[in-house]
Design a protein around this ligand. Structure first.
Ligand code: ADP
Ligand code: XUL
Length: 451
């Protein structure tokens, strides 16, 4: 009998599945449900609901994630995948999104009728029909109150691994408690996307794992417990609603009988706690030793890496999360990524090939020319007014194209060091990682091998 493992990813725009066979080291099947195009009745755009009056409020309907699970497992079953051979299921969720559930949540999970679809049976479990997600930036006031509760942003960063961030869940919980106290008071469980999906699969409550919990501005990162001052800041009863944060490496039980009967899983299939997508990416890229770092060159660039120990001083530019191994990871997000590189390419109406050849015609260091590449506002370092500054740069494609990439890599190297990362090898991912010229500059600046 094959030994199959199912991994799920509940992300902003889709729910996807990959099944691997450990014995043959191969991917058996990949499948996806895309919310906007396949679950159109939720009226989401790119997976989210944007509030037209308040564009900083970004939510998603949690019932849509439930229906996506039903559809995805249906697709796998209809494809003839032997779900009975799946020995364990784990998953990753978009970080920070929160789901608010009443006291019928667990009884409903335990009485599911395998003849009926999941989404029809879980309509009454929510105290809030939409969930704030990571794209929401409506909690500036709550963030200030969070920082004040523990003595300022530096103290909050040392305590939880991050300064107060609008998309983080703690300030979102506070906003809900303060603005909708009746619904908050009738909430029995507050889950993250990750713990919500894992709980459904197991038919019982699964706690928030340490990794995703560090994306909430609530967990004391050193002792892995919720901080009582920050809990008090959220609203009465928050501790009970959150439950105890759990070790992600612990198996949490077996799959619920609903999934055994409806989709043909084995009753022995184990349910492993889910974590946030970024902690899961760390493992997915095999970054499990000190010094192993990844740089993702997508719309924005991110740099993240594994750390055996917490840094002496937590960088306010980075998020320090607990890794699925129980060690730590640091993550930084740079908004001026591919779009900045593209802006230079477009200015000179060049193709990527011409852009790359122009860079290769200039030496590393760019003859001393330099750029501050804030084509857009920047997160790291915080730039509140966009603007590109050139120092000694000629107005040529070659000079500007090298300048933008060298500046980006130097900013990453500087901030990565400040966050406690000491890269000894870099794994590059994302759309622009197909470009060897960019990877060469990365290797030149960081002085480590890049693959
Ligand atoms: P996201 O996941 O954020 O949507 P991707 O990881 O798919 O982004 O990366 C898309 C970006 O990759 C594009 O914005 C584009 O600028 C960049 N890209 C694609 N091909 C190249 C190339 N040959 N050289 C440099 N950048 C590239
Ligand atoms: C990380 C973050 C995003 C989401 C996207 O802090 O907000 O990367 O996890 O899914």
């Amino acid at each position: 009998m094959a030994e199959l493992y199912l991994g799920l990813d509940s992300s902003t725009q889709s729910l996807s599945a990959v099944i691997i066979d450990l014995q043959t080291q191969s991917i058996v099947v990949e499948e996806q449900v895309h919310y906007s195009s396949e679950l159109v009745h939720y009226n989401v755009t790119d997976g989210v609901l944007i509030n037209e009056q308040q564009p900083q409020v970004v939510h998603a309907p949690p019932l849509m994630w439930v229906e996506a699970l039903e559809c995805l497992l249906g697709k796998l079953k209809n494809n003839g995948v032997a779900l009975t051979d799946v020995v364990a299921i784990a998953g990753s969720g978009q970080q920070h999104g929160s789901v608010y559930l009443n006291n019928s949540f667990i009884p409903c999970l335990q009485q599911l009728d395998p003849a009926q679809p999941l989404q029809h049976q879980l309509t009454e479990i929510f105290t809030r029909s939409t969930s704030p997600i990571w794209m929401d930036s409506s909690t500036a006031q709550e963030c200030q109150q969070f920082a004040a509760a523990v003595g300022g942003d530096e103290a909050l960063c040392t305590l939880t691994g991050s300064v107060a961030i609008e998309r983080f869940t703690g300030p979102q919980i506070k906003k809900f408690a303060d603005s909708e106290s009746l619904a908050f008071n009738s909430t029995r469980h507050i889950c993250l996307v990750s713990s919500f999906m894992a709980s459904i699969l197991s038919g019982d409550y699964i706690g928030i794992d340490h990794g995703d919990a560090t994306g909430m501005n609530l967990l004391d990162i050193k002792n892995k417990k919720w901080d009582t001052r920050l809990l008090a800041c959220c609203g009465e009863g928050t501790a009970e609603k959150l439950g105890v944060a759990i070790d992600p490496s612990m198996q949490q039980g077996k799959i619920a009988s609903y999934f055994v009967q409806r989709f043909g899983f084995s009753a022995d299939c184990k349910i492993i706690p889910w974590s946030g997508d970024n902690p899961c990416s760390l493992i997915g890229l095999g970054l499990v030793e000190e010094g192993m770092t990844a740089i993702s060159l997508g719309t924005s660039d991110t740099c993240f890496g594994y750390m055996e120990k917490l840094p002496q001083q937590m960088s306010q530019w980075a998020h320090t999360f607990i890794a699925p191994t129980g060690a730590y990871m640091s993550l930084m997000c740079f908004k001026n990524g591919s779009l900045a590189r593209e802006a230079v390419r477009k200015k000179y109406a060049a193709t990527w090939e011409e852009w790359s050849a122009a860079i290769e015609s200039t030496p590393p260091g760019n003859n001393g020319a330099f750029m501050l590449p804030w084509f857009d506002l920047e997160i790291v370092p915080k730039i509140i007014q966009a603007g590109v500054r050139l120092f000694g740069c000629e107005e040529t494609l070659a000079s500007e194209a090298r300048a933008v990439v060298e500046a980006q890599m130097m900013a990453m190297a500087y901030h990565a060091a400040e966050a406690g990362l000491k890269p000894n090898a870099i794994r590059a991912t994302g759309g622009a990682s197909t470009n060897p010229v960019i990877l060469q500059i990365m290797a030149d600046v960081f002085q480590v091998p890049v693959d």
